[in-house]
Design a protein around this ligand. Structure first.
Ligand code: AP5
Ligand code: MG
Length: 188
């Protein structure tokens, strides 16, 4: 199995690049943000709980997202490999993921961390918010909070994989094609 974490702040291009990478490498894409938005659309109890956090730009509780990831891995046990997008976002999530993958004897191979400056992130997200309907993309204050939450709660996860020798930093301010080429070069 090839298990990749695509890491980076909100708007850094995780979803965009994951879509291209799964096509090239035949991997399963697991985005906790996409899974949560589907739960909200389906008006499930989990979705209703998650919406309170997402609309404020805060993280959904660890047990909720860890449960979702565990179920998703169980229902895709034949996958050639997985691109994790937007997960893990806390050290507790990273530890839980390591335990789940240890059970499958298929650890994380690499964390690819995208780097984009805050102004460019906010600009990308606001632009998408004008058309996407994503409630958390429309208010500059919520976008700023998402970036702050990333810095405070999520960025330590990079060090967690760094100490395992798995972290690779990738500049993400070029075009979508430029960034894709850098990611492919690293994986090849
Ligand atoms: P999530 O859905 O994961 O959102 P996010 O990480 O905040 O950021 P995005 O998905 O918006 O950005 P992205 O990096 O995927 O960039 P994208 O490719 O879309 O999470 C949403 C919320 O759910 C969280 O705030 C939290 O509440 C909750 N949540 C999710 N996972 C959780 C977890 N594990 N634990 C707890 N809570 C969790 O690109 C963004 C835009 O930029 C697009 O319009 C794209 O076209 C454009 N773009 C991309 N690349 C480029 C480029 N190179 N140049 C110009 N534009 C570009
Ligand atoms: Mg995304």
């Amino acid at each position: 199995m090839l298990n990749i974490i695509l890491f980076g702040p909100p708007g850094s291009g995780k979803g965009t690049q994951a879509t291209n990478l799964i096509e090239k490498y035949g991997l399963l894409h697991i985005s906790t943000g996409d899974l949560l938005r589907q739960e909200i659309k389906d008006e499930t109890p989990l979705g209703l709980e998650a919406k309170n956090f997402i609309d404020k730009g805060l993280l959904v509780p660890d047990d909720v997202v860890i449960g979702m990831i565990s179920a998703k891995l169980d229902s895709n046990s034949n996958a050639k490999g997985v691109i994790f997008d937007g997960f893990p976002r806390t050290i507790a999530q990273a530890e839980a993921l390591d335990r789940l993958l240890e059970f499958k004897k298929a650890p994380i191979n690499i964390m690819l961390a995208l780097h984009v400056n805050d102004d460019a992130l906010a600009e990308r997200l606001l632009k998408r918010g004008a058309t996407s309907g994503r409630t958390d993309d429309q208010d500059p204050a919520i976008i700023r909070r998402r970036i702050e939450v990333y810095k405070n709660e999520t960025s330590p996860v990079a060090n967690y994989y760094g100490t395992q020798g798995k972290l690779v930093n990738i500049p993400g301010e070029g075009t979508i094609e430029d960034t894709f080429a850098l990611l492919v070069k690293e994986l090849e």
